[in-house]
Design a protein. Structure first.
Length: 138
């Protein structure tokens, strides 16, 4: 087992860069004497993967969302426009997205669906680009 001394923010940065199976195998324990630091315990078989991650990387917004999290990327007006749309392709996307375990913003089907909302007037081109970055509106 390897032990790395990292801050909670660094642990978050590392976890975002490694496969989920690896992230679930590591363990973080806070330092009782220094709350800004702690120890990340890594099984030997995952040490190289974890050490290759940059603990000082800026956190990236998530790229996978539950349906509710995905809907939060849209403004209330956009949500209403999409739900009230009579376009069959919009209805199919909503049906598929509702039943999906998660919505991946890198999936070509998601990108195509969001981009298809623009010519229908359901969302602007700028907002479509913002949704695909994974950042919720303010």
């Amino acid at each position: 087992m390897a032990e790395l001394r990292l801050s909670p923010n660094q642990v978050t940065a590392v976890a975002a860069q490694i496969p989920a199976a690896v992230a679930s195998a590591i363990f973080y324990s806070p330092d009782p004497d220094d709350p800004a630091m702690g120890t990340l315990t890594v099984p030997d078989e995952y040490e190289a993967v974890v050490l290759a991650a940059d603990p000082d990387a800026s956190p990236q917004p998530p790229r996978r969302f539950t349906f509710l999290e995905f809907m939060d990327l849209l403004t209330p007006a956009e949500q209403v426009a999409i739900v009230e749309s009579s376009n069959i392709n919009v209805k199919i996307f909503l049906l598929m997205a509702t039943g999906a375990q998660y919505i991946n913003l890198d999936d070509s089907r998601t990108v195509a669906a969001i981009e298809a909302l623009v010519p229908l007037g359901l969302i602007t081109e700028e907002r479509a680009a913002a949704v695909l970055t994974g950042v919720a509106p303010e």
